[in-house]
Structures are given as structure tokens and as C-alpha cells.
Design a protein around this ligand. Structure first.
Ligand SMILES: Nc1ncnc2c1ncn2[C@@H]1O[C@H](COP(=O)(O)OP(=O)(O)OP(=O)(O)O)[C@@H](O)[C@H]1O
Length: 679
């Protein structure tokens, strides 16, 4: 019975549905035809009708929505101006900062989280307490459109995925911000962009912005990876007097003489090459110059696998005016043309040096000379090996000035010490603590040490015996620092740290510098030592002598090891040559005799005649000299056709095809897995 219709039907509900289904599908069953008028009164009819009504209503709503969007787009196109900012371009950074400053992010629920590389808060602060989340930057992504008012105009911002031409012309995915200002006045948009740029410049003033040429990562395309570093104070770089001032004045003159360059028809760019050993301050100089002249650095690493000529061209074209174009370790990627020529004369070191990037010399020259590198840009290159650079790279116009960096002089060592310990505090406890570079802790305080200060050994520990009124920090260089302590208390509180005076600082710095020879250590090495003794200025100066001695020993050991390795290589090469010589002289091993027919036994071999060996041969690969000796003739032959093995390196006795009785027949070394038979 169907209880909903109120009518009585012959079939129960479930068979009735089945009958309907069968009728529709035309499957023969209990009912062949569906009785429609009867079905009108069933529950299913109501569902169908309601469904059709909803569909119709949905279609109407959708049509209205589409009409509205269409209208909105028409109005937007007609009464708005828009701009696109692509991720990787510096302007993207301006606009993100502008939006952040204008609190547009408030409705945003999507953030790009990046690790913070400087104190600059670039995105938004998601926590009230900046200490809690200080390591990450939350930059709103504006995935959904956001509307805000700026100077009385409505502005819409939306971020979306865009496609740009990537490395090798391949399209690559990246992100872009699309900004629409609802006005037909184009100047409003340009004012907004200019304000964004100005705000960005003001915000980053205390920082040097470094754009590192980067490869596409996780599906996106980052042409430039942005980092910021606080300005490096120029006085923190200790170089021979006048070096930095000259450089800065030269760069200033260059920027102020743009009209002159144009009048003279010379491209407005200037190139500097900073060369010298590692850790002598080349990169630091460039950062300091960028800070002083308020320039951005666009840095390339030519040894990166993704950097090729096309990449260089594309990247330099995006570098704005008043920037530094920096190529670090320019020698790494490019063997010079002279190196290539060297290969003819067999220079092993240079010949073996592989090319490590897709950049060619001409690609690099084009980058320096090209359109993108003109217009007020400084080109800086650094290298540890100036002799490896191609002369074409260094011609004036590409490199206008070369600045040489050397290992530290005494004056530089003094300057480094003074820079690091200026206004330092002397703390007795820290001074007595062993240095981080010293493996053994210093011995217990001894009063006798105080009388015989030494400039080469570890510093004498401090005397803080209670029978003195004041502990005297040992005068290791004529410098003594007195720290007042209380006398009455048997366990006096530790004396409070005292500032080093200027006079003491100078004396300590002199003591420190006296322990090193000129041009022996790089400033970076000296800085490393001083940093490990940051809280012990007096001990740092006193212990410098022992550190220097230790460094010299280590260097000597390294040099000995290197020489030994070189000697081993030379011996191995000589052995190889000898083996080749003998192969060449006596031909390859004789061919094996043809196989015997089945059933025929081989003739018995004559017994080998063993020559007496005065000393037993060492096992394979163990005695370097013995292995070499195996190449030389072993013993006079007792039989004209048989060679006796003189060492395990010899092949088993073989019958020589044409014995030469005038010469002793040598053993042919068995070359297995290398040159000396080791496996
Ligand atoms: N002349 C210097 N004055 C002050 N600090 C220096 C000097 N030279 C090096 N340093 C310090 O040593 C460290 C390394 O310096 P930097 O990176 O500038 O050397 P570099 O010559 O560029 O080395 P590399 O050739 O290996 O790139 C820095 O922390 C820097 O502070």
C-alpha cells in the first residue's frame, strides 16, 4: 500500500518502483507500460518537478551573475588603469611592501612565509610579540581580490599565477600581482608606483639589497632571489690607507659625470676587478661601497649550472640603473683562451680544469658590453687568480681599475684587533677561561707566571688571590688592568668587568700584531682567531704567539703531505710510462696457441727455470719501490726461450717468439686495476 497518495494500488511500493524502471528501460518485466496519470500521484513525481524548478532558478541566477561580471569587466576596462608586477622583478618587492604598509593584507588569509635574512620586516607581523616569531617573514599573497582606498581612489589588488619566458625560451610559471586603480587618469597609477618605490627605498635605506641570480625552484621562476644585509661600516674594513677612499671617490665621480659620458659617446659604465687571496676583504669592500653609495647589488655566480649566456643576457637586462653588477670568482667558470692554448704545450693543471658553467667567454663579454649593462652601472668582478683571466676580459672599458688585495700586514692586524676590541670589557673570569681554539685548558693560576710574561706561549692566568687588594691582570706586554675587589669577605663576589682604555687597546693591538709576520695570514684568519677570543682581549694578544706557532706547524704538515702526495703521483706516472715503454718495445703479449682438437693432449711444458732472487718480492701493491723494480729486468736468462718470473708482478712463464740474446728480456708488469697491481 502506498500511504502517501491515499489511493490503493495493486502493487506494493518496491515492486512499483521496479515496474517504473523496467518500463522506462523497456525491459520486459511484470509491467510493460508505465501508467503516467497514475504516477502523477506518486512521491517521485514531486521530486522531478521540484528538480526542474531549481534548475531553472539556478540558470537564471547564473545568467544574472555572468551579466554582472560582463558589465563589471566593461566598466573596469573603461574606467580603470591597471599594472602587473611579476615576481622576481624588483618592482614586485616595492608593491608588496606598499600593500603591507597600507594594511591591505588585513583581509588576506594566504601568506608566503620566508625565512628572515635581516632585521627588516618585509611582510606583516602575525604576532603581537615580535620576539616570538622573529625568524619568519609573512608576506600576504593576495590570492583573492582585495579592494582598498588610496588617496580617494578605489584600488583592487589580486595575485595570480603567470607565465614568463624562462631559461632557454621555455615558458615558466611564476606569480604576479595585478593592480587596478578605478580611474581613467593614468598619472594616479604612476604616482602609486612611485610612492611604492620611494617607500621601499626609505625602508631599505639601512640595508644593502642583494639580488642573487637564481634558478627556477619548486615550479616557480625566481630570476632574482632577494637578500638584505645591514650596511657594512666602511671603517670596519682595514685596508692600506687610501684604498677605499679612492674607490668610493672614483665611483662617485662616475655617477656624477653621466652627461660627460653621453657627450663623449662612451657607454656609461665602469668596471672594477678586485683580486687577491681568499679572505682579504674583496666582497666586504663591495658591500661597503654599495651601502655608502646606496646601490643595489645584482650578483651572479657563473659556476651555477643554470647560468648560461642567455640567462646572463636576460638577467642583466632587468638590472635597474644605479646598481652594482657583481660577478664573484670570475675565474671559476671560464678557463681563459690562454689556458686553452696551454693545452697544446701540456700544462697539466690548467688543461685538466673543467668548464663548470654554460657561460662562454663571449657570453660574458657580451654581458659586460651589452645594452643591459650600460646606463650607470658599476661592474665588479672578484678573483683569487688574476693570471687565469683572459686579457679580453680585462681590457679598459670592461675593467677600468684593478685593486689588489694582499694577506694582512702588521698595520692591518693592529687595525683588526682595535676594531674588534674597541670598547671591550675585561672580565677576569673570561680571561682565565681557556681559549676556544686551545684544546687543553690552561693550567691553574700561578703567581710565578706573572713575573715572566711571554709573548709566544699561552697567556699567564690572572692572579685573583685574596691577599691582594686588587687582582692584577698579568702584564704580558706592559699592559695591566686592575679590577677592584672587596677584601673583607672570604668569598668575594666576582669583580665586575672593566672597559679597556684607549691606551691599553693600542698596546694590546701592538702586542698582537708583533706576533705575526707581514703577509702571512689573511685578515679573515686573524678575525677568526680574534672572534674565538672575543671575551678575552688580553689573553687573545698574549696567546697570539702560540696560535701562530700552531698555524705554522699545521701549514708545514699540510705542505709535507702535499709534497708527499705529489711525489707519489710522480712515481706512479713514471711507472706507467715505463710500462708503456716496454709494451711499445716488445709488443703485446704473444697470442695464445690455437685450441687443440678434441681428444689430443697438450705436450708437457718444460719445467720453468727459476732465477735465484736475493730478496723476496713484496706482495702486490705494497712496496712502492719493489713495484717499480718489477718493471726492470730481473735476472739473466738461463734458457733462451723462457722468461722466469722475478716478482709476483710478472706474468707466468711464457715462450717468447724471438728471443734476443743480446739483451736481457724484462718482465712485463701485470697491470690490474691500476698501476701497481692493487685491486
Ligand atoms: N681587510 C679586511 N678588513 C676587515 N675585515 C676583513 C678584511 N678582509 C677580510 N675580512 C673579514 O673576513 C671575512 C671574509 O672577507 P671577504 O668575504 O670580504 O673576503 P674575500 O676576499 O671576498 O674572500 P673570497 O675571495 O674567499 O671571497 C669577512 O668576515 C670580513 O669581515
Amino acid at each position: 500500500m502506498n500511504s502517501t497518495s491515499g489511493q490503493s494500488l495493486d502493487l506494493p511500493v518496491v515492486p512499483q518502483r521496479r515496474a517504473l524502471w523496467d518500463g522506462i528501460k523497456g525491459i520486459p518485466g511484470s509491467m510493460q507500460l508505465v501508467d503516467i496519470p497514475r504516477l502523477q500521484n506518486t512521491w517521485i513525481y514531486g521530486y522531478v518537478v521540484d528538480g526542474i524548478r531549481y534548475l531553472a532558478a539556478g540558470a537564471v541566477v547564473d545568467a544574472v551573475r555572468r551579466a554582472f561580471v560582463w558589465l563589471y569587466q566593461r566598466v573596469k576596462l573603461r574606467y580603470s588603469t591597471s599594472a602587473e608586477f611579476v615576481l622576481g622583478d624588483p618592482s614586485y618587492e616595492w608593491i608588496v611592501l606598499f600593500l603591507t604598509e597600507n594594511n591591505v593584507w588585513q583581509n588576506s588569509r594566504d601568506f608566503r612565509v620566508t625565512s628572515k635574512s635581516s632585521k627588516l620586516v618585509y611582510g606583516v607581523s602575525v604576532s603581537a610579540d615580535p620576539e616570538i616569531l622573529g625568524s619568519a617573514d609573512y608576506v600576504p599573497t593576495y590570492e583573492s581580490p582585495q579592494l582598498f582606498r588610496w588617496r580617494g581612489y578605489w584600488v583592487e589588488v589580486q595575485r595570480y599565477r603567470a607565465q614568463i619566458q624562462g631559461t632557454g625560451g621555455q615558458p615558466q610559471q611564476t606569480a604576479a600581482i595585478f593592480l587596478t586603480v578605478f580611474t581613467r587618469n593614468l598619472s594616479v597609477l604612476s604616482e602609486l608606483v612611485e610612492e611604492a618605490h620611494q617607500g621601499y627605498q626609505n625602508k631599505i635605506k639601512p640595508y644593502v639589497t642583494i639580488f642573487l641570480a637564481d634558478s627556477p625552484s619548486y615550479g616557480g621562476s625566481f630570476l632574482w632571489n632577494v637578500k638584505r644585509k645591514p650596511h657594512r661600516p666602511i671603517e670596519s674594513i682595514i685596508l692600506p690607507e687610501g684604498t677605499l677612499d679612492d674607490l668610493i671617490n672614483d665611483a662617485r665621480r662616475f655617477f656624477s659625470s653621466e652627461p660627460w659620458y653621453h657627450r663623449a659617446g662612451i657607454p656609461h659604465r665602469r668596471g672594477y676587478l678586485l683580486y687577491g687571496p681568499p679572505g682579504t676583504g674583496k666582497s666586504s669592500t663591495i658591500h661597503a661601497v654599495a651601502g655608502i653609495l646606496n646601490l643595489e647589488i645584482h650578483s651572479f655566480s657563473l659556476s651555477s649550472a643554470f647560468v648560461d649566456d642567455a640567462f646572463l643576457q636576460r638577467a642583466t637586462a632587468t638590472i635597474p640603473k644605479r646598481s652594482i653588477v657583481l660577478v664573484e670568482d670570475i675565474d671559476c667558470a671560464l678557463p681563459s683562451r690562454e689556458d686553452d692554448d696551454d693545452s697544446d704545450v701540456g700544462s697539466p693543471v690548467r688543461h685538466d680544469r673543467p668548464r663548470r658553467s654554460g657561460v662562454t667567454l663571449s657570453g660574458l663579454l657580451n654581458m659586460i658590453d651589452g645594452i643591459g649593462s650600460e646606463e650607470g652601472k658599476l661592474f665588479f668582478a672578484t678573483t683569487n687568480y688574476i693570471d687565469r683571466l683572459d686579457p679580453a676580459l680585462m681590457r679598459p672599458g670592461r675593467i677600468d681599475r684593478r685593486i689588489r688585495y694582499t694577506l694582512a700586514t702588521g698595520a692591518q692586524a693592529r687595525g683588526l684587533y682595535e676594531r674588534l676590541f674597541k670598547d671591550a670589557e675585561v672580565d677576569v673570569e673570561s680571561e682565565n677561561r681557556p681559549s676556544a681554539t686551545t684544546e687543553e685548558p690552561l693550567s691553574a693560576p700561578l703567581a710565578t707566571d706573572l713575573e715572566q710574561p711571554s709573548t709566544s706561549g699561552p697567556s699567564p692566568p690572572l692572579d685573583i688571590s685574596p691577599d691582594r687588594d686588587e687582582p692584577i691582570i698579568p702584564d704580558v706586554s706592559g699592559v695591566s688592568v686592575t679590577v677592584p675587589i672587596a677584601t673583607a669577605d672570604p668569598s668575594p663576589p666576582p669583580p665586575s668587568p672593566r672597559k679597556i682604555s684607549d691606551g691599553q687597546l693600542t698596546e694590546l693591538a701592538q702586542q698582537f700584531a708583533a706576533a705575526v709576520r707581514d703577509y702571512e695570514f689573511s685578515p679573515a684568519e686573524l678575525q677568526g682567531y680574534l672572534l674565538s677570543n672575543r671575551e678575552r682581549p688580553i689573553a687573545a694578544a698574549a696567546e697570539m704567539g702560540s696560535w701562530v706557532a700552531q698555524q705554522r706547524t699545521e701549514r708545514q704538515e699540510k705542505a709535507d703531505l702535499k709534497a708527499e702526495r705529489k711525489e707519489r703521483m710522480r712515481a706512479a706516472r713514471a711507472k706507467m710510462e715505463a710500462a708503456r715503454f716496454h709494451q711499445h718495445q716488445y709488443g703485446p703479449y704473444p697470442p695464445f696457441p690455437p685450441p687443440l682438437p678434441l681428444g689430443v693432449l697438450p705436450p708437457p711444458l718444460p719445467p720453468p727455470i727459476l732465477s735465484p732472487s736475493p730478496t723476496p718480492s713484496p706482495p702486490l701493491g705494497q712496496g712502492g719501490d719493489a713495484d717499480v723494480a718489477a718493471v726492470s729486468p730481473a735476472a739473466p736468462l738461463a734458457a733462451p726461450t723462457t722468461v722466469a718470473p722475478a716478482s709476483p708482478l710478472c706474468v707466468p712463464p711464457i715462450t717468447m717468439p724471438t728471443p734476443n740474446l743480446d739483451q736481457p728480456v724484462p718482465c712485463i708488469p701485470k697491470l690490474v686495476n691500476g698501476i701497481n697491481g692493487t685491486s
